[in-house]
Design a protein around this ligand. Structure first.
Ligand code: BES
Ligand code: ZN
Ligand code: ZN
Length: 476
């Protein structure tokens, strides 16, 4: 989607955002008939009125009023509904003018339109035919700032990048291909990428990554991205870590139920999220020093696969008794979290489709988070989550949960008990941290099995806009 500031014209399909019918005037190019139609529709409760002027359309968007969702989210959803109307008419270009009292209304509406316009068509033979027509969104100069236009373009593109990476299956996006995609993103956006191959990972003795990789015939990768502006607001880097399990069969503890593997190409959603975040961070030239780490492999039950009972020596020297090879995410993340210590980071944020238990708590409505960062940072994240309607719910990391991952024969075991699985997974990760840290479990939110608002089926990118919102407000 292209966004730009432009001027009104009687030829352009125009979207007017208004508080109520009283804001309509002669200047809005409505005939007396159209005007009385619009007033009647609005009176009747229609929040999205379309007027066909045979040559172009005018759509009236009413500022949403709801006690349950925010104005910004209401407008994103209106944008989603509007996108469907525009597609019905095969409109390719629109002009948005905000006359309402909400100064960011045009931004949020356009964001909803753009997020809802995402399509993953590359594997359809007739993909071109299926493609949406809308390609250009123009704004009245009083409806948005130039900075916001740029930001909107970058953020919605980044969400598309995250979704694309998630939607790409294993046979086109294994660990090596993922690291290549990350390198390519760095070249486009301007961040530096270093990729460790299997030999280097072996030399480093990253035992967790190597254990998970043993069942695979494909090598693992460890990608390191860095955005380092000349003048950064933070003295020590912020480190992002993304779980890069490019496919999770469960390993020899094979996933049990009929369809439980169908979406497991999405087990690298954390990697997709942090890579797309780096794209946006570099493109927006955020004044922050940020590093992102992606440990990647598929988790398979190959002949030499790690098995329950194995004791693995992790990168930091900790020994882990593996009791379920399906709890592989924490094994690869632990090594990345240990790697992060070398930067003496001021904050580490990991994103992972880590547990079904997290999904069981909040479903697809919120992500689960926990960690040791100070309350002020947690509050900022909660605020960013609310701003972007990517809401977050905190779980505790009480020491009793740590007792649940004590092993009889090693320092830790990789599973807790039957209950509290999202927290015991978090406790496991905490063991490998030595800095302020937050863990975001995105298992419930990263992949949609049915279209919902501006999320299509497949990768959602959920959490990315929250993270970028946090970083853009950093220090403010
Ligand atoms: N990738 C899964 C978690 C997951 C489940 C993501 C559903 C998305 C949707 C993870 O590797 C896993 O299998 N976790 C196990 C841990 C258990 C064996 C302790 C789980 O949650 O069942
Ligand atoms: Zn698993
Ligand atoms: Zn997994």
């Amino acid at each position: 989607m292209q966004f730009k500031i432009s001027t009104a014209s009687p030829k352009k399909t125009t979207i007017l955002i208004i508080n109520d019918a009283a804001q309509l005037s002669k200047a809005d190019a409505l005939s007396p008939n159209e005007m009385s139609f619009a007033v009647a529709e609005i009176k009747g409760g229609n929040k999205l009125v379309s007027i066909n002027q045979y040559g172009r359309f005018i759509y009236l968007c009413l500022l949403p009023k709801s006690n349950t969702i925010s104005t910004s989210e209401g407008l994103r959803r209106t944008g989603c509904a509007l996108k469907d109307l525009l597609q019905k008419e095969k409109v390719s270009s629109i002009f948005i003018s905000n006359k309402s009292s909400e100064s960011h209304a045009a931004y949020w509406l356009a964001e909803g339109i753009a997020l809802a316009s995402y399509q993953f068509l590359k594997y359809f033979s007739d993909g071109k035919k299926k493609a949406n027509n809308l390609a250009n969104i123009e704004f009245d100069k009083n409806s948005i700032s130039l900075k916001e236009v740029t930001q909107l373009g970058i953020i919605t593109e980044a969400v598309g990048i995250a979704r694309n990476l998630v939607n790409e299956p294993l046979n086109t996006l294994g660990a090596v291909a993922l690291s290549k995609e990350i390198t390519a993103l760095g070249k486009v956006a301007g961040f530096k990428t270093t990729v460790l191959n299997k030999a280097q990972i072996t030399k480093e003795k990253m035992g967790g990554i190597l254990a998970v990789n043993r069942g695979s015939i494909d090598p693992p990768t460890f990608s390191i991205m860095e955005h380092k502006p000349l003048k950064a607001l933070n003295k020590q880097p912020i480190v992002l870590v993304g779980k890069g399990i490019v496919y999770d069969t469960g390993g020899v503890s094979l996933k049990p139920t009929a369809n439980s593997m169908d979406r497991m190409k999405s087990d690298m959603s954390g990697a997709a999220l942090v890579s797309a975040a780096m794209f946006a961070i570099a493109k927006m030239k955020l004044p922050l020093h940020i590093i992102a780490l992606v440990p990647a492999t598929d988790n398979r039950p190959g002949e030499n696969a790690y098995v329950p009972g194995d004791v693995i020596k992790m990168y930091d020297g900790t020994t882990v008794e593996v009791l379920n090879t399906d709890a592989e995410g924490r094994m690869v993340l632990a090594d990345a979290l240990h790697w992060a210590k070398r930067y003496k980071p001021e904050l580490v944020l990991d994103f992972a489709t880590l547990t079904g238990a997290a999904a069981a708590i909040t479903g697809s409505e919120a992500l689960i988070y926990m960690g040791t960062a100070e309350d002020k940072i947690k509050q900022s994240f909660e605020k960013s989550g609310a701003n972007q309607y990517e809401r977050i719910v905190q779980l505790p990391l009480w020491p009793e949960y740590g007792d649940m991952i004590k092993s009889d024969i090693a320092d830790l075991k990789n599973v807790g008990g039957a209950y509290g699985g999202a927290i015991t997974a978090g406790k496991f990760l905490e063991h490998f941290t030595a800095y302020p840290w937050l863990h975001f479990d995105i298992a419930g939110v990263s992949f949609a099995t049915a279209k919902k608002n501006y999320h299509s089926v497949g990768g959602t990118g959920f959490g990315l806009r929250m993270l970028l919102d946090y970083l853009m407000h950093y220090g403010k």
